[in-house]
Design a protein around this ligand. Structure first.
Ligand code: ATP
Ligand code: MG
Length: 330
């Protein structure tokens, strides 16, 4: 965690596991996830579809689906166990501590209320009781201005259907930031929008995060997005973190075969190589491999890989890899 070593730990996820009850059978999705986010740090979660990125973010806010069962481990926010919090503390954490920015902004805003009414409700909870409505309105207008939305007053009077997707996404970001939250959970922000808007949204998040010293967990299946917008990365495969470390170290010197495969899926602008897909698919969570979850797809897998789970071990300073044969060149 380059330059952040001394930062206060905001989020601390330790050996956290979640399964889902599906018609009486258990689907073992998250299998011992561990990572931390320090104040001001930008942490990426990258992995292919279905590897558990959204499930991890939902766990942080304790908004997991009803059929989720916690299998072990803990999620600490500001040193407090999220799953042990009583209702008022949990509400406070969601209103002022951590907020999620969704892939599809339409689902995050209520279509039947104006932006103003939703914004002021959110701010009322986040500010001391009795804060005058005019003051809340001012805070909201400033926040809309900071996400570069023209004419904040008009936006305040709008209903979600009157705004474009990119505008709605900006409103969501403004609401998250204005409430004074310290941690943004950005779940593939803007991937439901076109690429230029998506790019603007990412730039905006990066700008606000650095200006306000916020922390962010940025989820993406794109290596490019993660390289550009994070300083620490966790590579996820099938509900496990297979490699983690400073973003430059992990992508500069990938040690897990899955990371290498993920990187080779990025088309090269020079056209020098053809993107190779990763053969095989994410394992069936109802019937997960006994050893390393990546073993069935791994070009290097040997006996031990099918028998024992590899530890998440420090293979180079600050660079962790879950692979029995991490030291072998990829
Ligand atoms: N409520 C649920 N019941 C059963 N299985 C679920 C439930 N929610 C998620 N899953 C399963 O958990 C796995 C991880 O899902 P998750 O949405 O966390 O993946 P993801 O990494 O965010 O994928 P994507 O990139 O497609 O958004 C998937 O196999 C999914 O089908
Ligand atoms: Mg997802």
């Amino acid at each position: 965690m380059r330059g952040m070593g001394e930062g206060e730990i905001l989020l601390d996820i330790k050996d956290f596991s979640v399964s889902f009850d599906v018609y009486g059978k258990k689907s073992h999705v998250l299998d011992g996830i561990t990572f931390r986010v320090r104040a001001g740090e930008r942490v990426g979660l990258v992995g292919e579809s279905g590897c558990g990125k959204t499930t991890t973010l939902k766990a942080i806010l304790r908004v997991l689906p009803k059929n989720a069962v916690i299998g072990g481990g803990s999620v600490l926010f500001g040193g407090r166990d999220v799953f042990g919090m009583a209702r008022p503390e949990l509400d406070d954490m969601r209103r002022r501590g951590a907020g999620m920015i969704f892939q599809d902004p339409s689902s995050a805003l209520n279509p039947v209320f104006s932006v103003k009414s939703q914004f002021l409700t959110a701010l009322r909870y986040a500010n001391p009781p009795g804060t005058p409505k005019e003051r809340l309105y001012e805070i909201a207008a400033e926040a809309l201005d900071s996400v570069m939305l023209p004419d904040p007053h008009r936006i305040m009077d709008s209903f979600p259907y009157q705004l474009s997707g990119g505008m709605k996404q900006r409103v969501c970001i403004a609401m998250t930031i204005a409430a004074g939250r310290r941690l943004l959970l950005a779940d593939e922000p803007g991937t439901s929008l076109d690429v230029t808007i998506q790019d603007q949204i990412l730039r905006l998040i990066n700008k606000l995060v650095s200006e306000k010293g916020l922390s962010v967990v940025m989820v993406s299946h794109s290596v490019g997005v993660i390289r550009e917008s994070t300083n620490y990365v966790n590579i996820m495969y099938a509900g496990t973190v297979v490699e983690s470390g400073a973003t430059d170290d992990v992508f500069g010197n990938p040690m897990h075969p899955y990371t290498t495969a993920l990187m080779s899926c990025v088309p090269k602008l020079t056209g020098g190589s053809i993107a190779q897909g990763i053969p095989g698919r994410v394992p069936d969570y109802m019937n997960t491999p006994a050893g390393c979850r990546f073993a069935p797809r791994c070009p290097r897998a040997k006996g031990a890989c099918h028998e024992r789970k590899p530890p998440h071990a420090e293979a180079a300073p600050g660079h962790y890899v879950s692979c029995h044969f991490a030291s072998e060149a990829v």
